[in-house]
Design a protein around this ligand. Sequence first.
Ligand code: HSE
Length: 309
Amino acid sequence: MESIKVFSPGSITNLSCGYDILGMCLESRGDEITVSKTSKKGLTIKSISGFDLTKDINKNVSGIAAQSLLSKINIDHGFEIEINKGIKPGSGIGSSAASSAGTVYAINQLLDSPFSLLDLVKFSMEGEKFVSGAYHADNVAPIIFGGITLVRTIDDLDIIPLPTPKDLEVVIVRPNIEIKTADSRKVVKKKVKIEKMTQQSANLGSFVSSLYSEDYDLMSRSVIDQIVEPDRAVLIPEFKKIKMISKGIGSIAAGISGSGPSIFTLSNNRVTSNKILDKISDHYNSMDINFDGFISKVNSGGIKIIESK
Ligand code: HSE
């Protein structure tokens, strides 16, 4: 195989009760990454379309993740990367993770898969560290493994795939502002009261249980964030109002997607999802706030090969 093109999807992380550890892979948005072998050694980013990003391999997450992979293997040729961004950077749905993960996945395929999925998560995390200032695998894990994942630890990487209730879907609304992950992490207070830690642990445990039992009422009682969301809510236009609107229409739960500004709302049927999206759109339109909104099912397969030659 000389060249491969993959679809690398976006993701929603934290899901309110699992800061830096829970993530869900999306079906409806993603980047297209094409990687080709070159006879010359080394790595280049040939083109980037969709959004304006640097092609410097030391400053672009695709280049950083790819270099992390290439440092672990001896080969006598190089690679050229073409990125078509379908996810706006700084939107809170795993834009950098999709590029990092898609790139290392594609290179691994061209090398006949010497690396495991866990290895690919580790390489991709170098990209995440570069953009956010901290190692976290909550975006890259569901993109690479598919579905919903729990990252038990990043020290000795342990990723637990969780089941997806069959009717679960998500409405995503992104007010048209950019929030850099590094900035959004700076507003999160570093100390947590023991009572809040206890409650958040209980919510996380009951959320996981609700995925197994497909108990949407329990899910609704569990997807609550008393720790990070209060610090970040101020960054997102009309966040509280949007949450109230979603609740009034029968959503399961709503919260900040990743580091924001996207807001996610969970639902278990398309009629409700459409109503939620309509009402939120009406509200943002009435406030003259530009936004992008869409509905997505959970993507159980993760990164997908589009073509190879
Ligand atoms: N868990 C991370 C955060 C995701 O909330 O900062 C950002 O990509």
